[in-house]
Design a protein around this ligand. Structure first.
Ligand code: PLP
Length: 456
């Protein structure tokens, strides 16, 4: 494939209205594997030429570099007008009053929890099926993560299991929209209201996902986003806090800027800092990259949703493959990842690891996803720390009792069954989704031979 045709495809592919294009044209770099009978792992031709998988992040010099170069040449690199412009653009895109950027999604969570005053002695209810940063942010504020098991069908926190975990110390529910699929916000918000709990949305993987046509991140008290390299808005590093609460975002601003007064706090002191704080500001050139990526996000999200629905409809026909189910009232997902469950027995005993290996041989970006977080050593280490020992009674940080109360058996199984495709696969064509489904079918048909060959 020539570079020029690929570049023009990428440009077209990121414009709104991609759906019609997907159905009508097949880029020259895709070849159909319909005739191929052998899986690539057994010597057949790979379903998708790795080289031609849409590379992430997308960067188009002609359109994307102007603002970045302007910033670089201006010498104004620390937080200034371009960061504010990006914050305003992100708030407007989400339909929320305020946005504050920070250095990454982890710090978006840390700052939010801190300024919601969630500290030592407080418990935060959270799914065990998430990226480690969600849990680290809770511990960083000296509060305790309390795990609520998952609904394996949706891959999200099981809302019916939340209330049983509420104690007098519970302050908040961390609603993680993991994989870019929204959690059941209707139920979560109802429980939070009933028990007077705060809701922090970890929407790091879910920009533009919606529940009831409302963007996730704008439903709870605060929403947090990540712009890390793999994310749907890729800056390299970067994060954002969004909220409709002016005073809260003003406090977050002060906290992210060494405690200097901002907004409603201006004038409360004559000089210097008024709160204990940190410094986690985004840079101007990062914001300029973000503005370029924002231009494509809507079109890409439409494409991911169309392709995910289509791919899901195809692969659910293969015995042993169960694609994600969207939570109640989800009107759009972000599909940072495309998850499904894999049943070894229905693949003649072919292990998940061998199934993944087979898909990788087909050129597909695939992984087995998360391992359980509730049993990882970092929580034990936090409980054993000098800080926690000074802040908590021995009973409150009895790790053995904590482990028993925080068992999540459904999640333990999910972590052994899940398979993810990464989001860039979903930016391909409709035909590519068919090719992916055919590859899975071929692996299913030849499962026994693959097992024999890999077990040798
Ligand atoms: C669910 C979730 N929460 C938090 C984070 C942390 O974001 P970052 O990597 O920008 O610190 C991530 C990103 O990897 C994430 O996926």
């Amino acid at each position: 494939m020539k570079n020029t045709s690929r570049r023009s495809f990428l440009k077209k592919s990121t414009a709104a209205g991609i759906g019609t294009m997907l159905a009508s044209s097949l880029p020259s770099f895709v070849f159909s594997a319909t005739k191929e009978k052998m899986p690539a792992i057994l010597g057949g031709r790979a379903a998708l030429d790795k080289v031609h998988l849409i590379k992430w992040p997308i960067w188009i010099p002609e359109t994307d570099e102007k603002r970045v170069l302007e910033v670089l040449r201006s010498g104004v690199w620390s937080r200034a007008n371009v960061v504010t412009e990006f914050e305003n653009a992100w708030a407007k895109t989400l339909g929320v009053k305020r946005c504050l950027t920070v250095v990454n999604g982890t710090n978006a969570l840390i700052v939010s929890l801190n300024q919601l005053n969630i500290r030592a002695g407080d418990e935060v209810l959270v799914t065990p099926y998430t990226f480690v940063a969600t849990i680290q942010a809770i511990l960083a504020n000296n509060s305790i993560p309390v795990f609520v098991d998952v609904d394996p069908e949706t891959f999200q926190i099981d809302p019916t299991k939340i209330e049983a975990k509420i104690t007098p110390n519970t302050k908040a529910i961390m609603a993680v929209h993991i994989l870019g699929l929204p959690a059941d916000m209707d139920q979560i918000m109802a429980i939070a209201k009933k028990h007077n709990l705060l809701v922090i949305e970890d929407a790091c993987q879910a920009p533009l996902a919606e529940v009831g046509h409302q963007k996730v991140g704008t439903i709870g008290n605060v929403g947090c986003f990540s712009f890390q390299n793999s994310k749907n808005i890729a800056i390299g590093e970067g994060g954002a806090i969004v909220s409709n609460d002016d005073a809260f975002i003003d406090r977050c601003y002060s906290y992210h800027n060494l405690g200097t007064p901002f907004g409603t706090a201006v004038g409360t002191i004559n000089t210097g800092s008024f709160m204990q704080a940190t410094k986690v500001r985004l840079s101007e050139y990062q914001a300029a990259i973000g503005l370029a990526q924002l231009e494509r996000l809507e079109g890409q999200t439409v494409t991911r949703n169309i392709n995910a629905a289509y791919l899901s409809s195809l692969i659910k026909k293969v015995p042993g493959i169960t694609p994600y189910k969207l939570s109640n009232n989800v009107t759009r997902a972000a599909f940072h990842l495309f998850p499904f469950k894999y049943n070894t027995e229905l693949f003649k005993g072919l292990s998940r690891a061998s199934f993944i290996k087979s898909l990788q041989a087909e050129g597909l970006p695939v992984s087995g996803g998360y391992t359980p977080l509730n049993t990882q050593p970092f929580i034990k280490e936090a409980f054993a720390s000098k800080n926690f020992k000074k802040m908590y009674s021995p009973n409150a940080i009895d790790y053995k009792a904590y482990m028993e109360n925080n068992a999540c058996p459904k999640n333990d199984v999910l972590c052994t069954e899940a398979v993810w495709f990464s989001q860039n696969l979903l930016l391909g064509t409709k035909t590519e989704m068919e090719i992916v489904a055919e590859a899975i079918e071929r692996i299913h048909t030849n499962a026994e031979s693959i097992k024999k060959s890999l077990d040798k």
